[in-house]
Design a protein around this ligand. Structure first.
Ligand code: FAD
Length: 379
């Protein structure tokens, strides 16, 4: 399959794989164990241009495309899902919103830094608002040329580490879904603070925090896109976000298979390597087939996006399928590795814990089924 890729995509894969093996993998278990943010690796992701992989050189990117991005993201996620989600949220959500909706001034002020050293958060979810995103409670009230924001956001990836926060808030409740707006808030804005840091089952090195907004003043110049279009923009950007999480799930699954193949070729029982049992061979053959099918769904999304075509249904399908496969694959890989696979001496148990979130964030699997069923006309 990789043989079908253009030389530039094969090169991206090789470089990303080398980077992942050398810089990301050695830290993965420690980040999980210590539940700490990869402060060593993120500056290197900036330095080597990973975040800009799919953005034009004229804007500060590397001049690649979405296919290059998902190829790189799979390689990173194969060895560390924590680093994978940070990469995906930055490149797929935050930077995607700046690129699509930012004014030239905003691109200069925010997007440039997002290529070089500044992380960006995307904050839609609230304590009482998850799948039903239309029910946002954070409010933005006009005050001259500014808006005053009040509310609480929940479960925000990279919170506390980011420079900029894209906050979805209600500007006109009467307009319902057309009454929400995206605001860019700086980390040091008076009244803005990062609250509780969640302790999680997996992706434990990524920061997931509450955001508290108490009378935060934001200039109208820091509205991203048009007033009232915030929810629409947020949902559209989730297409790209979902392609990223589908890729993260794909990487987790492939990483688990790769580790398990290494293990079963070493471990002996009944005088044979475990890899010599037909059960092991058939199981891994089935799992790899599913992972390859998932990769095709991810690449289809990337190709549609690169062609400028709609890919919302395809992104939902890629996420639904790959997250399901990642959970199945990692569970089976722990099983194939027996008791050792259950311990933290091997990465399979971490991968199994990491896989679960891919069925939840950027829309649960049930939410993906809503998107797909609507798109195929089932009412
Ligand atoms: C680690 C982590 C990182 C995250 N990062 C971010 C981030 O950076 N930015 C951000 O804005 N959000 C983020 N989120 C939030 C995430 O997107 C939400 O958790 C997710 O969308 C689900 O919302 P919820 O948790 O409120 O679940 P709920 O909406 O309460 O859903 C609970 C269950 O009910 C089901 N359900 C809900 N409605 C329906 C329905 N109509 N039909 C059938 N089933 C339904 C769901 O599928 C799910 O199984 C993150 C969450 C986590 C855990």
């Amino acid at each position: 399959m990789y043989a079908l890729l253009k030389p530039e995509h094969r090169l991206v894969r090789q470089l990303a794989r080398e980077f992942a093996e050398k810089e990301v993998k050695p830290l993965a278990a420690t980040l999980d164990e210590e539940e700490r943010f990869p402060v060593e690796t993120i500056p290197k992701l900036f330095k080597y241009g990973f975040f800009g992989a799919a953005y034009p050189e004229s804007e500060g990117g590397e001049g690649g495309d979405s296919l290059a991005y998902v190829i790189a993201l799979e390689e990173i996620s194969k060895v560390c899902a924590t680093t994978g989600v940070i990469y995906s949220v930055q490149a797929g959500l935050g930077m995607g919103l700046f690129a699509k909706y930012g004014t030239p001034e905003q691109k200069e002020k925010y997007q440039k830094g997002a290529f070089t050293d500044k992380l960006v958060c995307f904050a839609l979810t609230e304590p009482g608002v998850g799948t039903d995103a239309s029910n946002v409670q954070t409010v933005a009230v006009k005050d001259g040329d500014d808006y005053i924001l009040n509310g609480t956001k929940m479960f925000i990836t990279t919170a506390g580490q980011a420079e900029w926060y894209i906050i979805i808030a209600v500007t006109d409740r009467a307009k319902k879904n057309n009454g929400m707006t995206a605001f860019i808030v700086h980390k040091d804005a008076p009244g803005f603070s990062v609250g509780k840091h969640e302790k999680k089952m997996g992706i434990r090195g990524s920061a997931t925090c509450e955001l508290i907004l108490k009378n935060v003043r934001v200039s109208k110049d820091d509205i991203l896109g048009k007033e009232g279009q915030g929810l629409k923009m947020a949902l559209a950007s989730l297409d790209s976000g979902r392609m990223g999480i589908a890729t993260q799930a794909l990487g987790i699954a492939q990483g688990a298979i790769d580790e398990t193949i290494r293990y079963v070729k070493e471990r002996k029982q009944f005088g044979k390597r475990i890899s010599q049992f037909q059960n092991t061979q058939f199981k891994l053959a089935e799992l790899q087939t599913k992972v390859d099918a998932g990769r095709m769904l991810v690449w289809r999304c990337a190709m549609l996006k690169d062609a400028g075509l709609p890919y919302g249904k395809e992104a939902a399908m890629a996420k639904l399928y790959n997250s399901d496969v990642a959970n199945l694959v990692t569970r089976e890989c722990v099983q194939l590795s027996g008791g050792y696979g259950y311990t933290r001496e091997y990465p399979m148990e971490r991968m199994m814990r990491d896989a679960k979130i891919t069925e939840i964030y950027e829309g649960t699997s049930e939410a993906q089924k809503m998107v797909i069923s609507r798109a195929i006309g089932v009412k």
